[in-house]
Design a protein. Sequence first.
Lengths: 297, 198
Amino acid sequence: MKNGLQNPRAGYEAPAGVTHGKDAEQAEIYTLLSGIEQRYGYDFTHYSPASLKRRLERALAQTGLTRFTDLLARLLRDEACFDAFLETMSVTVTEMFRDPAFYRAVREHVVPVLRTYPFVKIWHAGCATGEEVYSMALLLHEEAFLDRVRIYATDFNKHSLDTAAEGVYSARQMAAYEANYREAGGKGDFSEYYSPGYGRAKIKDFLKERTTFSYHNLVTDGVFGEMNLICCRNVLIYFDKTLQDSVLYKFSESLRHGGFLCLGNKESLNFTAVKPLFAAVDKKERIYRKCGAPYAV
Amino acid sequence: MRYEAVVIGVSAGGIEALKVILPALPAAFPLPVAIVQHRNRRSDGFLASYLDHISAIAVREAEDKEPLLPGHAYLAPAGYHLLVEAGPSFSLSNEGHVNYSCPSVDVLFESAADVFGASLIGIVLTGANADGARGLKDIKDKGGIAIVQNPESAQAPAMPQAALAATRADFVAGLEQIAPLLVRLSSVNFREAYGTNG
């Protein structure tokens, strides 16, 4: 079906021509996902099936069970088990100034526009453990207008949000991030941005003051209003096309006219329904701008 | 039943190997080819544009949700797993290493075997690790064709050896033989033509 938005179950329809063995496994996975949605309200039915299946298999292996239906039975009754399951389901791979060239492009294309505004609102959707949020805050500090910015950083993983809000990372990691920072066009002394101690590094308060971390589920929760910039990197790759379109519409609704949308290095609007609503600012670094074209769908 | 796709896994020595195979495929090669080449996370798109330049088929890095087209070869982007979804189209993921690798050959092979079943051709080439062995077995178990580069001709024999230890290959071939074999397989079903079950 062309417009999957009308069919909330399109992601887990069995593809044409699958064998019966495959149908049974898909049916088990679908049963698991709908049970989770009923019980906990988390909807994974429109995640990309192939990578979702790998994570589900990992979650299954961690419980020592062998069937998805047994896993569902346990998850329905055991909230602690669901907590652990959610950890496995959310991808938290991140780092400070991940993809340094992206941050150089932000300095070049985005900062000159944003700094002309009296007040700037940024939504960092799917912020995981916060490293990329602090990278942006640090960049805006160096560009001397962080005090006019409010960053809303959201995720559906509460443990990740706790880590993000705390802003404490391992000192060894910070050493590795320093190379990224330099490559990303860092203008200062990276070690000035955190306080070291006991093998840990705590992000300094002035980088946190303009940031609010809060729970938000991109699948089930609504729009965030009047944003000037939305950063959502390496999140959409885990969603199928239907869910990608629905989330991208949410982003479009949440952005002011001329607002920026930043995606991950290998994500693009090319295969999505919102393509006509955005103009590419930097194709390679996947930076787009809402151009206010009429809704095409 | 015709074959619908080719998946290739390759590691150390891979650029030399791909330089032999891809340029030997005709522009009208009717199947999509998806490739995992292990490489540094920071590598850029140079490898894809170089291979594209010397090949008749189009070679590029796969994008998320991009459909698989005949006569196109797609490389997994550095630092991302490449997976096949029903459609068929690609999806990407970077949820960590599998077999110490990202992209991982097993991740591509297993997801492709789920979608294509018996109409998939899997190829394991030169490499110094064991990635791809489990995936090739999965392809074979679902009725697809398993091709392994002759370890003696491989720059790094460990990966083809691990694949051969994991499953019985339909073909063990030298690099130069692989493209002609693919052209032949693209027009005839091996199991139907020869009544063999590997």
